[in-house]
Design a protein around this ligand. Sequence first.
Ligand SMILES: Nc1ncnc2c1ncn2[C@@H]1O[C@H](COP(=O)(O)OP(=O)(O)OP(=O)(O)O)[C@@H](O)[C@H]1O
Ligand SMILES: [Mg+2]
Length: 271
Amino acid sequence: METRLKEVLAIVNQKGGVGKTTTVQSLAVALMRHCKSWRVLVIDLDPQGDLSKLMHWDAEFGDRPTVTDALADEGGMLPIYKSDRGVYYVPSSKELQNIEPKMMDQMKYLHPYLLLRQRLLGKIEDCTGEGITSIPEWFDYVLIDCSPALSMCTYNAMGAASGLLIPVQMEGLSVDGIGSIIVEMAQMQQGLNPKLQLRGLLPVMVDARPNIVKGFISYLRTAYGDNVTQTTIPRSVKINEAQTKKQDIYEYKQWSPAACAYESLVKELFD
Ligand SMILES: Nc1ncnc2c1ncn2[C@@H]1O[C@H](COP(=O)(O)OP(=O)(O)OP(=O)(O)O)[C@@H](O)[C@H]1O
Ligand SMILES: [Mg+2]
């Protein structure tokens, strides 16, 4: 079989609550709506497990394998499940927060930042019954949701990705924090992952205070030029309402401005 995989996108920001998980959830469905034949896999690399919960993964189910199992041992395989919305996913578990020593143990044979990349390209565990053979052969897009930290898991996301998408809230501290991610990305590009590209700084939760927001966006464009996406994601209570119901924005309000904005982002980044 041929490779279908077009892009592995890591959604990164060490700041908490900036819309990383929401962006992964919404973008996954927006990609599938954009092209019905595209298959999308999301990977939850955050021990909080927010994305897994949105996929209706139930941690109480017990022994089923997660991304933690895949990364903990040398022969680990990514376990792939499918949500009722048709999004494929690899869930996380709270034990992921204690994984770093186990990653370091594998240093004998592989750099500890490259474990996820190796698992993405290697044998997987198909928990869907659909006969998934390998990630590059089965999926068109992989989206990785990171925790709010520059942790070993986040470096693994950068080591596995072909592109980074950085959601940025239009606030002073958020905008200030971008520099450190760019520095880490540049180090990855110079060393472990020369193919890594910055795919965009995505202004999110953009609210209706035109002057302040315009100021931040024009500052971002001055500092980062075309790396700032043309698309901005508006602040919308519909996002909260949808997630409270464990729905995505298309299931809840497909014509809402936030839903349309994520569709525009797909056109901008992937057309
Ligand atoms: N465009 C939006 N408008 C309004 N609320 C939003 C929007 N995007 C995200 N939110 C809300 O903001 C909160 C944080 O979003 P989210 O969980 O996606 O951030 P995160 O960066 O993944 O957080 P963490 O760093 O904790 O993983 C959530 O309650 C979410 O519903
Ligand atoms: Mg999150």
